[in-house]
Design a protein around this ligand. Structure first.
Ligand code: BTN
Length: 323
């Protein structure tokens, strides 16, 4: 289906005969693939002798469609791991990374059966309602700086959403994307490293594009782009812009560390300068003052002590139900 789609996208009109010749499949197989594309929402016109023409595309995440117009050097370039259903794009891409997959490989699906969230939680994923995707990095970076890639991913998704839809999304430290005080995207990094080098990083992003992406019981804390825009955006536009931004942000982290991404992070942060509450191993409240060179949050507590939090749950007043 992907190869037929690619030919349709590359050609104004193309006959069934030509497709069958180029792909080495029968005319009946071409017809079947075209029918499958129609079922998936593509409008494929058949104009007699001139052949088929792709008249419009739906909100597709098929690799051939995604890669068209993708102007990256390595992020999202083939091979692309796509299946309608996956256990978890992070799990699948981690396996591929261990088998030697190259940087930039993307795993993407319509729905996950075992989607993973941060801190051991799960992640809901509903077909057609969100972007469930992982990107493989092989950064030239010390493992102690891995958190910076988390921040880089949040900046990149925020940029991607803004470029593709015009909607501004803020970042709640370290990497929740927030819209109207509610979570619109979560990011989960998984890493393989030895003591002084990172072998791979899998950057998983779950973005709610449609209002059906999350259960209604989470309506107090979650939101989708559809609710903000009044319509569902095309996921491919966001993915292409995100991948482009990820290339630039990864390079900035590799060459300049936190300094390379700090202005973009500060610009989007809804945590810095705000009253926060830290849960988990250490439990306290304070004001988020700064981010250090490893991406940790520096919080001034009630006693005036500056405390460092590298990972954990930090609630920001007024965001995601914390009052
Ligand atoms: C969070 O808890 O905020 C992080 C959620 C990350 C979800 C995404 S969906 C695609 C990728 N695959 C997974 O299993 N998880 C991430």
């Amino acid at each position: 289906m992907d190869k037929v789609l690619q030919l349709l996208m590359e050609n104004g009109h193309i006959s069934g005969e030509e497709i069958s010749r180029r792909l080495g499949i029968t005319r009946a197989a071409v017809w079947k693939q075209v029918e499958r594309l129609r079922e998936a929402g593509f409008v494929v016109e058949a104009a007699g002798k001139k052949g088929y023409r792709l008249a419009s595309s739906p909100d597709s995440i098929l690799p051939a469609y995604l890669q068209r117009g993708l102007s990256t050097q390595w992020a999202g370039q083939p091979p692309f791991l796509y299946h309608e259903e996956m256990t978890s794009t992070n799990t699948i891409l981690k396996e591929a990374a261990l088998q030697g997959a190259s940087r930039g490989t993307v795993a993407i699906c319509e729905r996950q059966t075992m989607g993973k969230g941060r801190l051991g939680r799960g992640w809901d994923s509903v077909a057609g309602e969100g972007i469930y995707m992982s990107l493989l990095l092989r950064p030239n970076l010390h493992p102690s700086k891995a958190q910076l890639l988390t921040l880089a991913a949040a900046i990149s998704m925020s940029m991607g959403v803004e470029e593709a839809t015009g909607v501004s999304v803020a970042i709640k430290w370290p990497n929740d994307l927030v819209l109207k005080g509610k979570k619109v995207c979560g990011i989960l990094l998984e890493m393989g490293a030895d003591t002084d080098a990172i072998e791979y990083v899998v950057v998983g992003t779950g973005l709610n594009t449609g209002a059906g992406a999350y259960p209604k019981t989470l309506a107090e804390k979650a939101i989708s782009l559809e609710e903000a825009l009044g319509h569902k955006p095309h996921r491919a536009d966001i993915i292409r812009a995100y991948l482009k931004a990820m290339e630039a942000m990864t390079a900035a982290v590799e060459t300049r560390g936190m300094e390379g991404i700090l202005p973009a992070y500060i610009e989007r942060s809804c945590t810095l300068g705000q009253p926060v509450q830290v849960q988990g191993a250490q439990c306290f409240t304070g004001v988020a003052e700064a981010i250090d060179e490893e991406g940790a949050l520096l919080i001034r507590d009630g006693d005036g002590t500056l405390r460092r939090v590298l990972a954990g749950d930090v609630s920001v007043r007024g965001v995601m139900g914390y009052v």
